[in-house]
Design a protein around this ligand. Sequence first.
Ligand SMILES: NC(=O)c1ccc[n+]([C@@H]2O[C@H](COP(=O)([O-])OP(=O)(O)OC[C@H]3O[C@@H](n4cnc5c(N)ncnc54)[C@H](OP(=O)(O)O)[C@@H]3O)[C@@H](O)[C@H]2O)c1
Length: 258
Amino acid sequence: MSYALITGASKGIGKAMALELAKRKHNLLLVARSEDLLKSVAKKITQQYAIKVDYLAIDLSLSNSPKQVYDWCIANNYTIDVLINNAGYGMSGTFDKYSLAEDSNMMQVNMTTPVGLCQLFLPMLKQQSRAYILNVASTAAYQAVPGLTLYAATKIFILNFSRGLRQELKNSSVSVSSICPGATDTEFSTRANVGNNALKTAQKVNMNPEKVAQIAIDGMFKNKAETIPGLINKLNVFAAWLFPKALLERVAMKLYLE
Ligand SMILES: NC(=O)c1ccc[n+]([C@@H]2O[C@H](COP(=O)([O-])OP(=O)(O)OC[C@H]3O[C@@H](n4cnc5c(N)ncnc54)[C@H](OP(=O)(O)O)[C@@H]3O)[C@@H](O)[C@H]2O)c1
C-alpha cells in the first residue's frame, strides 16, 4: 500500500490536490501546521472515498522538519509513491520591510524543506515501480517581481531545481514535474499581505484551486516537466519571454508597490 504525501494540504491548492488524488483512489498523507484543518480535510475525504488518510501537523519552516516528516512515515510504515511539495507563501512589500528571520523562514518553507523532502524520500521513491515528485512553483518564477522579490526568487529556484532533478532521474522510475499557477483564489494573497492594486488585478483573473489542482495532477501523471494552468497565465509567461525584462519589472512594481 502506498501513499501520496502532500505538504500544505490544510487549505488552498494543496487541499484541492488531496481531493483530486482521493477521487483517483490514492491514499493520502496530509502535512501542514493547522491540526484542526488537517483533521477536518482527512475526515471529509475518508467519509467520501474508500482510501486511507493520515495527517501530521508540523511547521515546515523548522530546519529539522523534513527529517521529522520522513521519520513519521518510517515509524508508521508509510510507503510514498507521490511527493507533492506544495506548502509555500509570499511576503509582499519592499525587501527591507522584513527581518532576516522572516526571510529565512520563507526560504525554508519554499525551498529548503522541499529539497530536504526530495533528498530524504528519493531512495524510497526509486524503489517503487512508478513514482512522482510534483513541486509547486509559480508564474512568478518567469520574471523578477519587485514587491515580491524574494518570493519570486524562491519560485525560480524550485522550477530550476525540479527541471535539473527531472533530467537526472529520467532513466529511473521517478518522474519530476512542476506546476506554475498564476493568481489562484486561496489564502495566499491574505498571508502575503498583498496590497489593493495587486488584489484587484488578481480578482479579475483568479483561477479556482480545484481547477489548478486537477491540471497539476494530470500534468504530474502525464510526466510533464512544467505545467502552466489557464490561458491567461500561459499568455503572461509568453509575455515574460517576449518583452524586455525591465519593462515587465516596472509593471510588476506598479502592481505590488504602488
Ligand atoms: N494562490 C496563488 O495565487 C498562487 C500562485 C502561484 C503559486 N502559488 C503557490 O501555491 C502553493 C499553495 O499556496 P495556496 O495558494 O494554496 O495558499 P494557501 O491557501 O495560503 O495555502 C498554503 C498552504 O501551505 C501551508 N503552509 C504555509 N506555511 C507553512 C509552514 N510554515 N509549515 C507548514 N505548512 C505551511 C498552509 O498550511 P498551514 O497554514 O495550516 O500551515 C497551507 O496548507 C504555494 O507554494 C504558493 O506559493 C499560489
